[in-house]
Design a binder for this molecule. Sequence first.
Ligand SMILES: [Fe+2]
Length: 178
Amino acid sequence: MSASPAPVSPEVGSAAPTQADLLNFVRRTASDAELIASLPLDPEGRTWVRLEGPGGSEAWLIGWPPGTGTGWHDHADSVGAFLTASGTLKEYSLAARLPTDGWKTLELTPDVDRERGLPAGQGRAFGRHHVHEVLNDSRDEHAISVHAYYPPLPRIRRYSRTGHVLRLEQVERPEDWQ
Ligand SMILES: [Fe+2]
């Protein structure tokens, strides 16, 4: 009687990258001083370079002059991670699971706002539907960060925020930012 065939082991890199994989990637990438130094910086606005993320993920190196930020947005059904390579970033986020579709405005309860400072070497991973705003609120120091998303961003949804009210303003698709 013959033994059953050994299970085929999955090819390295064939599985969808997890939040932990993405965080490992952004941490490793942020420690590549030569790569970080290669990003062109512009005092007038953000700069970015596309990177090859692990397992087919979408990755970016982003430069943030003082006072720049993203505004409130989410990455719909993608998970992601980002980490500050130099300078300091601030993230405002919502500790609430929001419905993806089917609403235009949402009144938040007062207890869902979170704020964290991310100095060089610190970052975070996030799950689907994570609503946040990232900014460099330094007066004089540029910041550089590394970001990775999986699946590659299908949509970015942009919100305005008035007090506790979040309003969906725009849905961007990949063709909008190619
Ligand atoms: Fe984001």
